[in-house]
Design a protein around this ligand. Structure first.
Ligand SMILES: [Zn+2]
Length: 283
């Protein structure tokens, strides 16, 4: 009899202890419908160790892919160079046309019999139609370099597309073809913009050799920047259109030597379409 009472007492005691434990656990849980202040107090009382590098919401901030990541992800659309199997390179000239440096670059290319690619800015086409006509007449390829040299990732979708479409129309007026190559100003482009350009059958043509001529270097520095880094399949970036205060005489002066050295090394100078086997109708 006494033994039975002892067992009953033990059971009751353990049930009470369980209830107390449950109540404690419940106090530590954050109820979904708890008021924010209440939830905060309960969290502060938690004995759970903190995550060493902080909560995920702080550490895992969404960040856009870098240009290098985008290049890897969209390899067939986002191009930096041609195949290394051919001993060919492409000279490209950005920010054209202007009426100061572009004619001088054209003179050299004509004299040397070199076909190049000019990435033209829409509002400069409007400002210098005669120079555009000359570029086309002398057999060079035109690519889209936006309407007013905007930093494209900062634009709305509508404004970005307007930059592309408006410049395409201007180019087609002079060439009879709508270019399927585009070089974004500063080389900058967002993932959504790459996807849209790809849906339009366009290729983004950046470069893997940068003359850095926009820095106002000496001709020798420009020459070294190109010749020290060039290899078969390279796409070389120069500028032929200067804005206010920009001096591109370094490129004008370095170009003959660059062309000579490449030719002496058995390299053929081609436009981007030829380098990449792209089907761009040219006149
Ligand atoms: Zn540019």
């Amino acid at each position: 009899m006494r033994f039975r009472w002892i067992v009953i007492c033990l059971v009751v005691l353990s049930l009470c202890a369980g209830c107390a434990q449950n109540t404690k656990q419940k106090a530590q849980q954050v109820k979904p419908n708890a008021k924010p202040e209440q939830a905060k107090i309960l969290q502060n009382e938690s004995t759970t160790p903190n995550l060493a590098d902080g909560p995920e919401k702080v550490v895992r901030k969404p960040h856009p892919l870098s240009l290098a990541d985008l290049r890897k992800k969209y390899r067939s659309t986002f191009i930096l160079n041609g195949p290394s199997s051919k001993r060919e390179v492409a000279l490209t000239f950005d920010d054209a046309p202007d009426d100061q440096f572009t004619p001088l670059v054209l003179d050299i290319l004509k004299r040397e019999g070199v076909q190049a690619t000019f990435f033209v800015v829409g509002n400069r086409i409007e400002a210098h139609p005669e120079i555009v006509k000359r570029i086309v007449r002398e057999g060079h390829l035109l690519g889209n370099h936006s309407y007013n040299h905007a930093n494209l990732p900062k634009l709305s979708d509508a404004d970005f597309r307007e930059q592309v479409i408006r410049t395409d129309r201007l180019i087609s007026e002079y060439t009879g073809y709508t270019p399927n190559i585009i070089r974004p100003p500063y080389g900058n482009i967002s993932e959504g913009q790459i996807q849209w350009l790809a849906s339009q059958g366009k290729k983004i043509i950046n470069w893997n050799v940068d003359s850095l001529d926009w820095k106002g270097l000496t001709p020798q520095e420009v020459e070294t920047n190109v010749l020290a880094h060039v290899k078969p399949g390279s796409i070389i970036l120069h500028h032929s259109g200067g804005g206010k205060g920009e001096d591109l005489s370094c490129t004008v002066n370095a170009l003959p030597k660059i062309i000579k050295q490449l030719r002496d090394d058995g390299v053929k100078l081609v436009n981007v379409a030829e380098l990449l086997d792209l089907n761009i109708p040219t006149k």
